[in-house]
Design a protein. Structure first.
Length: 366
C-alpha cells in the first residue's frame, strides 16, 4: 500500500444516503450517492428501518458504479474505510458489515472512522482550495447533527465545543416545513418559500426575514454562561407553531414567505453568531462549514458577510461533498494512513452515539 497516496474506498450509511467514495490521497476519483429520501418523504422524515433496507439494496450497485467512475478495480484498492458512527444504528450496521466483508475478502486494512470528522475531511478534496490550516473552528450542520468543533489536527485532536441540546437544525427545518404545509425535506422547501412564497393574500413574494422576531435559542446572557457554544431549536420550533396557531385563530392572513424567512433568519443568526464567538474566544481566524444544511444559501451568505467583518476566513467544501457521502469517509481514512495511523481491528461495531473525540475506532495498538 502506498502511504503517500493510498487508494481508499469509503462507505457511508449513517442515515438515508448510501455513499461510496474513492480517493487517491487527497484526489477525488468518485463520489457515488444513492439516496432513499423519496421513500421517506411519505412519512415526513427518515424511518430507520426503511433506511437500513435501502442501504442493503443500494450498496452493491453503488460500489460497482463508483469503481467504474474511478476506473479502478477492487483488487487495486489499498484500504477500506467505513462510518462507525454516530448515526442510525440499523443503517450503520449495514455499512459496517459490508466494509468488514470487503476488507476480509480483499485482505486489505480497514479504517472505522467518525462521521462528523469525515465532514471536515471533505474539505480536503477541494482541489482548488488552499491547504487546511490548524487550528480551525468547524461548524457542522445537518439533519441529525449541529456541532461546533475546535480542530487542532484532523487525525488526532478534535474537541467538541458545543452541540444541540435538542433538535438539530435540519430537524427544525423539517418540522417547520410540516407546520407550514410544505413537503419533506424541509430545508430546500423553506428556502423556496422564503424566496417566493405565499403572501397570505393570494399572491407570492420574497419573505421579509425581519417580519417576525422569533427567539434565538440559548443566546441570552444567562444561557451563555453554561451553553456558550451549545444550540437549541425546540423553543424556536414551538414559537413558530404558536405564532401560526394564533394568527389562524384570529383569522389573520399568514404569509408563508415571511414565516419561512423569519424562521430561517433565526436559525442562521444563532449558528453564525456562536461560530464566530468561538473563533474570537479561541483566537482562531478560520471557520469551516460542513454538513447538508450548509447548502442553505442564506446561511452561506450571512456567514461569509459576518466573517469578513470579523476578519475570519470561511471555508466551504463543494456542496456535493457537504451532504453525507463516502468520499469524505475515504478522505479521512486516507489522512490517517498518510499520518502513519494503524488500521482498525475487527473489534468494532456500529456506534450510534460515537463521540466526536473518537476520530478512529478500534485502532491497533502501536
Amino acid at each position: 500500500m502506498s502511504a503517500a497516496e493510498p487508494l481508499v474506498l469509503g462507505i457511508e450509511t449513517s442515515c438515508d444516503e448510501t455513499g461510496i467514495g474513492i480517493v487517491r490521497g487527497r484526489t477525488l476519483l468518485s463520489n457515488t450517492i444513492a439516496s432513499s429520501m423519496d421513500e421517506h418523504a411519505r412519512y415526513g422524515g427518515v424511518v430507520p428501518e426503511v433506511a437500513a433496507r435501502a442501504h442493503l439494496e443500494a450498496l452493491q450497485p453503488a460500489i460497482e458504479t463508483a469503481l467504474a467512475e474511478a476506473q479502478v478495480s477492487l483488487a487495486e484498492i489499498d484500504a477500506v474505510a467505513v462510518t462507525s458512527g454516530p448515526g442510525l444504528a440499523g443503517a450503520l450496521m449495514v455499512g459496517v458489515g459490508a466494509a468488514k466483508a470487503l476488507a476480509v475478502a480483499l485482505d486489505r486494512p480497514l479504517y472505522a472512522v467518525n462521521h462528523l470528522v469525515g465532514h471536515i475531511a471533505a474539505d480536503l478534496l477541494d482541489a482548488e482550495a488552499e491547504p487546511l490550516e490548524y487550528p480551525t473552528i468547524a461548524l457542522l450542520v445537518s439533519g441529525g447533527h449541529t456541532s461546533l468543533l475546535l480542530v487542532r489536527d484532523l487525525t488526532s485532536d478534535v474537541e467538541l465545543l458545543g452541540e444541540t441540546v435538542d433538535d438539530a437544525a435540519g430537524e427544525a427545518f423539517d418540522k417547520i416545513a410540516r407546520i407550514l404545509g410544505l413537503p419533506y425535506p424541509g430545508g430546500p422547501e423553506i428556502d423556496r418559500a422564503a424566496a417566493s412564497g405565499s403572501d397570505g393574500l393570494g399572491g407570492t413574494r420574497a419573505g421579509d426575514p425581519n417580519a417576525i422576531r422569533f427567539p434565538r435559542g440559548l443566546s441570552r446572557a444567562s444561557d451563555l454562561a453554561e451553553h456558550r457554544y451549545d444550540f437549541s431549536f425546540s423553543g424556536l420550533k414551538t414559537a413558530v407553531a404558536r405564532w401560526v396557531e394564533q394568527q389562524d385563530a384570529a383569522g389573520e392572513a399568514i404569509s408563508t414567505a415571511d414565516v419561512a424567512a423569519s424562521f430561517r433568519e433565526a436559525v442562521v443568526d444563532v449558528l453564525v453568531t456562536k461560530a464566530l464567538a468561538a473563533c474570537a474566544d479561541y483566537g482562531v481566524p478560520r471557520l469551516l462549514l460542513g454538513g447538508g444544511v450548509i447548502a442553505n444559501r442564506r446561511l452561506r451568505e450571512v456567514a461569509l458577510e459576518r466573517a469578513e467583518a470579523a476578519g475570519v476566513t470561511v471555508r466551504i467544501p463543494p456542496l456535493s461533498l457537504c451532504t453525507d457521502n463516502g468520499a469524505m469517509i475515504a478522505a479521512l481514512a486516507s489522512e490517517l494512513i498518510m499520518a502513519g495511523r494503524a488500521p482498525s481491528t475487527m473489534a468494532f461495531g456500529a456506534d450510534s452515539t460515537l463521540p466526536i473525540t473518537d476520530i478512529q475506532v478500534a485502532g491497533e495498538a502501536g
